[in-house]
Design a protein around this ligand. Structure first.
Ligand code: ATP
Length: 209
């Protein structure tokens, strides 16, 4: 089975993340691992600590097994680069197809990632549509991906890396930024987050004012 990796800050994970990850798992016939990132010191710190974000992820993933959690980037000292994580996974997984899942907004910025061209040597890339994000890409990125595009998920299973597929997932206009705003304002964004998170008030406490 294909292994797909979905990285993010997950500050906190929300139904937008979970729904697109689930649909990607179905479309690719893959196991999807959510991989929370540690954030470099020069970037905005997440509101919740790594431990708190993981506790929320665990609660959110409870009750199913197709979406799993991989905390390797948090277990390492300091922030890690996606390319290094993918090399590590490649060494563990042999020739198994690997897919890096990214939202369309993150994909549009791919050319700013560390050693970004090398990503395609180690994994396929699955681009998840996201409301409000246009499909146009910077020229150097478009030049790199033009010859890599496939439309059929079966093409990803025939090679272990190097292809790019657009995954037309159900658009859900949910962002962690919006969730943090609502929680800080004392609101209860019950149907934007997994229901289980409201059973344990301590989980969302880092975001309350
Ligand atoms: P923030 O609002 O804090 O920037 P976010 O909601 O964008 O957070 P991240 O943890 O930064 O969440 O995103 C992780 C990955 O999930 C990124 O690749 C992002 O593009 C993708 N993503 C997040 N929300 C959605 C959504 N609603 N639809 C599709 N992709 C999404």
């Amino acid at each position: 089975m294909t292994l797909a990796i979905f990285g993010g800050t997950f500050d906190p994970v929300h139904l937008g993340h979970l729904s697109v990850a689930w649909e990607a798992a179905e479309l690719l016939d893959a196991e999807v691992r959510l991989m929370p990132a540690s954030v470099p010191p020069h970037r905005d710190a997440p509101m919740a600590s790594a431990m708190q974000r993981v506790a929320i992820l665990r609660a959110a993933l409870h009750g199913q097994s197709r979406l799993t959690l991989d905390t390797r980037e948090l277990d390492r000292a300091g922030p890690s680069y996606t390319i290094d994580t993918l090399h590590e996974l490649r060494a563990e997984q042999g020739e198994r197809p690997l897919v890096l899942l990214v939202g369309a907004d993150a994909f549009a910025n791919l050319a700013s990632w560390h050693r970004w061209r090398e990503l395609f040597a180690v994994a396929h890339v699955g681009v998840l549509s996201r409301p409000g994000v246009s499909a146009s890409l910077p020229v150097e990125l478009e030049d790199e991906v033009a010859g890599r595009r496939v439309v059929d998920a079966a093409d990803l299973r025939r090679a272990s890396a190097g292809k790019v597929i657009e995954l037309a997932v159900t658009p859900l206009e949910i962002s962690a930024t919006r969730i943090r705003e609502l929680l800080a304002a004392g609101r209860d964004p019950r149907y934007l987050l997994p229901a289980g998170l409201f059973d344990e008030p301590a989980l969302l406490a880092p975001y309350r004012a």
